[in-house]
Design a protein around this ligand. Sequence first.
Ligand code: MN
Length: 231
Amino acid sequence: MSDRRRFLLGLGLGGAALAAPSILRAQTAAPPKFPQPALPYEFTALAPVIGAQTVELHYARHHAGQYATMNRLIVGRRYADMNSLVQIVQQSSLVAADAAIFNNAGQALNHDIYWPQFTPGGPKEPSGALKAKIDSDLGGFDKMKTDLVALSNGIFGSGWGWIAQDGAGKLVLMATLNGDNPVTKNHTPILGIDVWEHAYYLDWQNRRADHVKAVLDDLVNWSVVGERVKA
Ligand code: MN
């Protein structure tokens, strides 16, 4: 049969041709187990520290892609029955064969922490209980920023710099590689700084330390961060 003939026959299958799109729609319309949370501001909201093109690519391509991959990989696995990304990250971190799930779930979680902490309009310095904890555990706001810039800048390759809270309630600075998150050490992430090159290269090129300093000085909403600290 010629390709042309096959094509015409295909057009002649009116019922099937009409039915096929609705079947496809039914399959693709099933909501993912874990939908990507909405970005709580416009792509332009973080400029000039993080430009609109970076935010769009980072949120709508990188982060969305990590969610899509994770949701695809967990189908039919025990991870699909878990209630939170934290649980998936913690459990998959223990199984070498599930590295792809761990990497993508970790990055989905990491960016869920990252985007809201920049919600515009909040205080540019910590106050109250968060300030007291930064003073007592991290040597004060200025020292914490200096140390977190150095820690984040020193990560070789891709990773994240964090303020986290340990099991005793103490704030600590941490570096993690690739898609890892403090929850794999049973720490609670309080603030996450993405130092993958996609997070800053369009705006800052190789000046990673300058980028991290600007994020800490000008972008962080310390009210959002403070709400993550357990008393
Ligand atoms: Mn990222």
